[in-house]
Design a protein around this ligand. Structure first.
Ligand code: PSU
Ligand code: MN
Length: 316
């Protein structure tokens, strides 16, 4: 039985590492953490399983070991085997677990996919420094009424991990999210750009203060973070989707306005809002938003592999 008993305090529930990930970390082979919420709740079935496998392969092709993170039957796992990846993609009962959901899920023996906040926490606990994903969560539009800000931001303010993403999801209030990243002290680097990427779009319309152009430059910033010491904040590497793969900006703006109106009408809130909006866009752009999302994630995961390789090289 994997659920925690009530017979007093226990040792720390360290995440269970797959053999491959444990060996890689011990040998200082580069490792890249991957989240599972994008697989379980962010992409349509059955394409999501194919994507889960493809992302792991992209990490391997970049010379790193993939570590997909999830909680299965109350066990936090870093590195999944073939059957476990299938379960994440196919089991409709999997919950969506942010950082704060991890403890209740462990205690209940529950299973769930981890968001950026859940994944970043578990990956950092396992000793993994680089994480590749699609777009971060952030401040939702209409914040003044509902105060919906993703737990991704506050968790990244206190977790030493480098997250490669295509900015924050464009369904959000992007300028407000950038303000929060500044307030929280989370570093943001534009990769090959001085514009903050817009997830489905190459450019969110907002600038970014720091630009890097190679994986080594990112690794140098990571080393400087550690040399400075202080509180353990993350580093965000904002990597734009290639212009030829972005969603047509006019289509994006039009369908997003409809999606936000539909969410409002149907009263969708809380954890359900992000999956609802992503699915609405996929459906009403005839799959074009999905392709842009996948192009962004592929690019991020490949770059995460290259950064993990530079980082491993540096720490040899
Ligand atoms: N990136 C994607 N698709 C996704 C997500 C990111 O391309 O589905 C997920 C991440 O797991 C992120 C979550 O942490 O959406 C944010 O959800 P919320 O807004 O409920 O915190
Ligand atoms: Mn939320």
């Amino acid at each position: 039985m994997s659920s925690l008993s009530t017979d007093g305090p226990r040792a720390v529930a360290a995440p269970a590492l797959s053999d491959e990930v444990a060996d890689a970390l011990a040998a200082r082979v580069p490792v890249v953490a991957l989240e599972s919420t994008i697989i379980a709740h962010g992409l349509p079935r059955p394409r999501n399983l194919q994507v889960a496998r493809e992302l792991e392969q992209i990490v391997r092709d970049a010379g790193a070991v993939p570590a997909t993170v999830a909680v299965l039957d109350g066990v936090p796992r870093v590195g999944l085997d073939k059957d476990q990846v299938e379960r994440v993609a196919q089991d409709p009962s999997l919950r969506k677990l942010g950082f704060r959901d991890l403890a209740p899920a462990l205690a209940a023996g529950a299973s769930g996919a981890t968001t950026v906040s859940g994944t970043a926490f578990l990956a950092a606990r396992a000793g993994i420094r680089v994480f590749g994903t699609g777009g971060l969560g952030g401040v939702h539009r209409g914040w003044t009424e509902v105060q919906d800000e993703s737990a991704d931001l506050s968790l990244l303010a206190r977790t030493r991990i480098t997250v490669v993403c295509a900015g924050v999801k464009s369904i959000l209030d992007v300028p407000a999210t950038l303000q929060r990243l500044e307030t929280l002290g989370i570093g943001v680097l534009g990769y090959g750009t001085d514009r903050f990427p817009g997830f489905y779009l190459t450019d969110s319309g907002e600038p970014v203060d720091w630009t890097v152009r190679a994986p080594d430059e990112v690794a140098a910033v990571m080393a400087a973070q550690d040399a400075l010491g202080g509180h353990e904040s993350a580093l965000i590497v904002a990597n734009p989707v290639a212009a030829e793969h972005q969603l047509d900006p006019e289509l994006h703006d039009r369908v997003l306005a409809q999606a936000l109106a539909a969410a409002d009408r149907e009263g969708v809130t809380g954890q359900a809002i992000t999956p609802f909006l992503l699915a609405y866009l996929t459906e009403h752009t005839g799959g074009a938003s999905l392709e842009a999302n996948l192009a962004a994630v592929r690019g991020n995961v490949a770059l995460a592999g290259a950064i993990a390789a530079s980082w491993a090289e540096r720490s040899r």
